[in-house]
Design a protein. Structure first.
Lengths: 506, 350, 355
């Protein structure tokens, strides 16, 4: 197929986010009549790049060139981006649930008659716009009455209807079924023939190979490279996203061998599931185990962990903890039973920003003790100091608000919080994300040490290398379900990548 | 940045800096206006003077501000029903004691009854906010409108007077004690609250829930119950303030007891340097805030501003205070200082 | 067929009335409840106060006459609530409006028209300042309008601490100008034909409701208000100017607050500091009862009109009954408010569960 001239060039885009470099000198080029996949793991900077492009966020330096405009442009608002011919479907459905489907499609550019909104025409046009995607619904009722899949289709229809030059689809297929995806792809092909450039962000590798022409890979806010789809095998793509050159893969030595001798089961889930989040799964974690959960973003790793901890209440299956049947009504039950959970999103679910390091460390233990058994100030200080020492937390003072610490040190504070409760079972969801290499290694060592001391651990990370180093068993997830398990010598980088990529047998 | 200095951080960054500065400014103005402002004399066996007057008159507000602080901290919302609850609790107390020469029931029973009313109101508000997930302002709007109406029913729409002299002790002086009773009550409430917050983990829980409810949930806190409790406590505080208020005049005028005091209480919390979005709070700040408002009021009275005109000046204070807290304005000022003083590194404001 | 086609509830009602009722029930349950509640209450009144001529058209018109100002203000409040804001300054604005009018006409001997224009301009400026603080400085609406409330009340007292009665001839004439309806007349005891009447303020109030309805339903700005109230961030991403929309809503609201104040002033023909105290809560309560929750994104002015009428009806009941203290009306309205708030909250919770 003929791929036309370059219609969008982004050069040297740099953006800082609260002091963290979210994008560093990133280039991106889109040509007319191509579907261009933008790939990368969690936190690679895909969504940020798109928000910068569409004016939802500002950037510090770099240039954006559009075909037909003789000077670099800056979209200060999504309005301006639309005006420049860029329309977007965002990762989270960014429509208004409280207005009708038709309005969501046409708000801001409603058809008018005598200066008044012409509802009849608008509803008719809305029906037509959706018909392109084979969606036949009542467009006059509020968007909130429809399923997420329909809402996603509406968002796509809106963007398709507006788009003149560039269409951005940021994870549009995550809530669509196969039939809906095929409709979407048909439309994308049609638009491509019309000469539109389409940026397609997805974590479904099959879809990339089905529809895309070119792939740009980002990692940690930096450009890894731009590739043509036919020249980049699937496993290679995974390797690029994960930050490993597949060709020079040396076997990383596993440092943790797992439990030896008789195995004592700590956690045993049978058919445990949580509707809309994770499909029923079985998993066992023994004393001394570090079980890794591996899978791409959105594969259900975190959801599995949350179901075990009771952060989301499972509605199917049975969980046995330390040999007894266990139902958790709220996290406090899990904590009392001896679980700990370090959540994926440190800022939103982990730290309590304005509280001090000391308070952040002791809060879980305090919650377990109950409201009236306050740990004495002396005890609190001792605990805090002990863990500041033990984990080498860099803080001016134990009374410093935790928000003033660096990401890695914040993460250590949360680790300290759970270690203080001395749990039998600890879930660590991305404990090393966004922190420096030195701290990463420290945390990995700590995880192994804890396992050797007899704790059962679930470890989630996007970095395969780290998983290889720490885990003695691995569960692979794809599409919100657990699809396989690797243990012992099966745990190799190649096997994991193949399992994650799917398509081939494990 | 590592710099050796006496203060660990710039003095302006201490949380009590602004509230104390506000109070200080008001007092300075007073001192210029009335040189004998700080003079305290003893007349008829009791202390007398502007300072005493301010402390005395602000006690009700101090108590309300304590309750309001916790509500704001835990839920990021405000309880606008406290004024109405004041009136209702006061009305119930007076109605229970009756208007005869002697009390209809033991004084202490009437007081407990009034506190119970406050508690029930708090339970009502707290239930709506924490379990029904109604926005705090909307939930408390119900009692805001109904409270006074119910109080009027209790009093039969009359201004009732309580005759026994002992009824006024709570709002003025206990014979032989030179310090106004409301000051004791306020101090008692503040200290008790402070003890409960620091001797149990409740203080930390409230802040934690207000700062990050998701994280608090994951570390095992029950945010609903915690928010509920703050509203119940606020209701009780409102009842106490109501009791003081009716005792001052030995009467209940359900129309006017605690009128608009909810706004002053919210203002006190804000002047105290507490974010109205919830989270970290300073009880001391709110207490200072409450005293500042009373001092401002007393000052303006001294400057012969009519009572009805006071709100105009309060409005200016409110806008100034919240504007200073506005992140947009702070950013704007930061950019301005950057432009005015290029090359000078400006510390990241968090 | 994919599940796409069956996901939407389809209405297959045959009769027009049935369809309208069904649509109302499905799409605007709260408005439906409000209207049904009003009808039930009115019919109940017909039976309960049969001997007191409750069915007389004038009784119904009096609901409008005594609440014309409130209707106008509640229309503005509806818009503010739809963008998930709040304005608690309107009561004080009504007071200052009446005071300014009275002072200008009585103390400065101005003609009514320029005086009215000046207060309306004041309303626009007042709304613009509040709106700017809220939308551009991102201050909390509650606090900003709390300050606005203090400011306006204080200003009223600064203008005059004494009560002023308006005696301007033209103004009084306008206030007392009865517009008789050509129908609905009845014979009084003396055998004269009495026709029901309204005041010009009623026409004004109804016109504002109609204009508000048209604006919210048929203009781009009106629909943007809903989008902003539904999800501010999404609205921004859809290319709508959120800040300007919010500013404009507060400006309109400021204008309507003073316009409502003018209508109020025509009813009272005078002003004092304590005037219209608690009026803002009347406006908010009527709006909420009219099916506009404070969470934003939902609501309409027709419901608001019925909300005000329900409030007025309750007051009329209490006064017709004769023995009840007028405070009962406050309590009943609050109970109703509680009912609606709980209903709204349950609806919201059910929706969340469905997801």
């Amino acid at each position: 197929m003929a791929i036309g001239k370059e219609i969008l060039k982004m050069r040297h885009i740099t953006k800082n986010f609260l002091g963290v470099r979210a994008l560093n000198n990133v280039d991106f080029t889109l040509r007319a009549g191509e579907i261009h996949a933008l790939m990368g793991e969690n936190g690679a900077g895909k969504s940020t790049l798109i928000k910068v492009l569409t004016g939802a966020e500002e950037f510090e330096s770099g240039e954006i060139w559009m075909d037909g405009i003789p000077h670099p442009i800056i979209n200060r608002s999504p309005q301006e981006a639309q005006h420049n011919g860029i329309s977007t479907v965002y990762q989270e459905i960014n429509l208004c649930p409280n207005i009708s489907v038709a309005e969501n499609l046409f708000i801001g550019r409603e058809p008018k008659k005598h200066g008044m909104i012409d509802w009849k025409t608008m509803n008719k046009k809305a029906k037509e716009a959706l018909a392109v995607l084979d969606v036949d619904i009542d467009v006059t009722i509020n968007l909130e009455n429809y399923s997420v899949a329909i809402q996603q289709m509406v968002a796509i229809a809106r963007a398709v209807d507006i788009s003149s030059k560039v269409l951005i689809l940021d994870e549009p297929t995550s809530s669509l079924n196969d039939f809906e995806v095929s409709k979407l792809f048909a439309v994308m092909r049609k638009l491509k023939e019309r000469g539109l450039g389409i940026i397609f962000v997805t974590h479904f590798l099959e879809q990339v190979y089905e529809i895309c022409d070119r792939i740009t890979v980002l990692r940690n806010g930096e450009l890894v490279g731009e590739y043509e789809v036919d020249k980049l095998p699937r496993v290679q793509l995974v390797a690029r996203m994960m930050g490993k050159d597949f060709d020079d893969l040396a076997e990383i030595k596993r440092e943790h061998k797992g439990s030896t001798g008789k195995e004592e089961v700590v956690v045993e889930a049978k058919g445990l599931g949580c509707s809309g989040k994770i499909k029923p799964f079985d998993i066992t974690v023994n004393k001394g185990d570090v079980v890794g959960l591996s899978g791409l973003l959105g594969s259900g790793r975190s959801e599995l962990a949350r179901a075990l901890y009771g952060a989301d209440r499972p509605d199917k299956g049975v969980l046995k903890f330390k040999g007894k049947r266990f139902t958790s009504r709220a996290p406090i039950d899990s904590i009392r039973a001896g679980m700990g959970f370090l959540p994926e999103n440190r800022k939103e679910e982990g730290i309590i920003a304005d509280l001090s390091v000391r308070e952040n460390i002791i809060i879980a233990l305090q919650a377990r003790q109950g409201m009236f058994k306050l740990l004495s100030r002396k005890e609190q200080e001792e605990f805090a100091d002990r863990f500041i020492d033990l984990l080498k937390i860099k803080t001016a003072d134990r009374e410093t608000p935790v928000k003033q610490l660096s990401g890695g040190n914040q993460q250590k504070v949360i680790l300290a919080r759970w270690l203080l409760t001395n749990p039998d079972f600890l879930i660590l969801d991305e404990p090393t994300r966004g922190i420096d290499v030195g701290t990463k290694t420290e945390i990995q060592r700590l995880v192994i040490k804890l396992a050797e001391e007899g704790k059962a651990i679930i470890f989630i990370s996007s970095e395969i290398e780290e998983m290889l180093r720490t885990c003695n068993r691995m569960a692979i997830l794809r599409d919100s379900s657990k699809v396989g398990e690797l243990s012992g010598d099966e745990i190799t980088q190649v096997n994991i990548m193949k399992a994650i990529a799917g398509g081939t047998t494990v | 940045m590592k710099k050796i200095s006496i203060f660990k951080k710039p003095i302006t960054q201490y949380s009590l800096f602004m509230p104390i500065l506000c109070l200080f400014l008001v007092l300075i103005v007073n001192l210029i206006q009335t040189p004998h402002f700080f003079k305290i004399t003893i007349q008829n066996g009791v202390l007398y003077g502007y300072i005493i007057d301010i402390l005395n008159r602000s006690s009700g507000l101090v108590i309300l501000a304590v309750g309001m602080t916790l509500v704001v901290a835990s839920s990021g919302g405000t309880d606008i029903s406290v004024g109405a609850v004041c009136a209702l609790a006061g009305a119930v107390c007076v109605a229970a004691l009756g208007t005869g020469e002697t009390y209809k029931m033991p004084y202490i029973a009437a007081v407990l009854l009034a506190l119970l009313i406050g508690l029930i109101c708090g339970v009502f508000n707290g239930f709506l906010v924490s379990f029904m997930k109604v926005q705090p302002m909307v939930a408390t709007l119900i009692l805001f409108t109904a409270g006074r109406g119910i109080a009027q029913l209790v009093t039969g729409s009359f201004i009732l007077y309580v005759k026994p002299k002992s009824f006024t002790y709570l709002g003025s002086f206990i014979p032989g004690v030179p310090i106004p009773t409301p000051c004791f009550v306020a101090a008692f409430v503040v200290i008790l609250t402070w003890l409960v917050l620091t001797k149990t983990s409740l203080g930390m829980y409230i802040q934690s829930v207000g700062i990050n409810s998701k994280a608090s949930f994951l570390v095992g806190l029950n945010s609903k119950v915690i928010i509920f409790l703050t509203y119940v406590f606020c209701g009780i505080c409102a009842a106490i303030a109501g009791l003081i208020s009716v005792s001052r005049t030995a009467s209940i005028d359900a129309n006017n007891v605690g009128l608009y005091i909810e706004l002053d209480a919210i203002l006190a919390v804000a002047i105290g340097g507490n974010s109205l979005a919830g989270g970290k709070f300073s009880l001391a700040g709110s207490v200072i805030g409450a005293i500042t408002i009373q001092a401002l009021t007393t000052t303006l009275y001294a400057m012969r501003v009519a009572a009805d005109q006071l709100p105009l000046y309060k409005a200016i204070v409110v806008v100034a205070i919240v504007a200073i807290q506005s992140p947009v304005l702070r950013k704007w000022f930061k950019n301005l200082t950057l432009k005015l003083a290029p090359g000078k590194p400006v510390k990241e404001a968090m | 067929m994919s599940k796409v086609n069956t996901a939407a509830p389809q209405s297959n009602g045959s009769g027009v009335f049935k369809r309208v009722a069904q649509k109302l029930l499905e799409r605007n349950f709260l408005l439906f409840v409000t209207i049904v509640l009003f009808i039930i209450a009115y019919v109940a009144g017909l039976f309960a106060f049969k001997d007191k001529n409750f069915g007389n058209l004038q009784v119904f018109l009096n609901l409008l006459i005594s609440n014309a100002g409130l209707i106008i203000i509640a229309v503005g409040m509806t818009m503010v609530l739809i963008i998930a804001g709040i304005d608690i300054s309107v009561g004080s604005v009504v007071a200052v409006t009446c005071m300014m009018l009275a002072a200008m006409m009585e103390k400065a001997k101005m003609e009514p028209l320029p005086a009215v224009l000046i207060v309306l301009l004041f309303g626009v400026v007042f709304g613009a300042v509040q709106g700017w603080l809220i939308s551009y400085l991102k201050l909390q609406p509650f606090i900003v309008t709390l300050a606005g409330m203090f400011f306006a009340r204080g200003l009223t007292a600064v203008i005059s601490l004494e009560m002023i009665t308006v005696t301007n001839e033209a103004y009084v004439k306008l206030a007392q100008y009865k517009m008789y309806l050509p129908f609905g007349g009845y014979l009084n005891r003396k055998g004269e034909m009495i026709y029901p009447y309204i005041y010009p303020t009623v026409i004004l109030a109804l016109a504002i409701v109609v204009l508000g309805y048209i604006m919210l339903r048929y203009t781009k700005f009106g629909r943007t208000i809903y989008a902003v109230g539904g999800n501010e961030y999404s609205a921004m991403l859809m290319g709508l100017n959120v800040k300007r929309t919010k500013l404009l809503v507060y400006i309109i609201n400021g204008f309507l607050a003073t316009l409502g104040g003018v209508a109020y002033s025509l009813n009272t023909l005078g002003a004092f500091v304590e005037l219209a105290r608690g009026f803002e809560m009347d406006a908010i309560a009527s709006t909420v009862i009219g099916g506009t929750p404070l969470t934003g994104g939902v609501g309409n002015v027709i419901g608001t009109l019925f909300g005000v009428l329900i409030k007025a009806l309750i007051e009329t009941f209490v006064s017709f009954q004769g023995n009840l203290s007028s405070w009962w009306s406050k309590i009943i309205i609050s109970a109703l408010l509680a009912l609606f708030i709980v209903l709204q909250s349950l609806l919201a919770m059910r929706k969340e569960k469905q997801r």
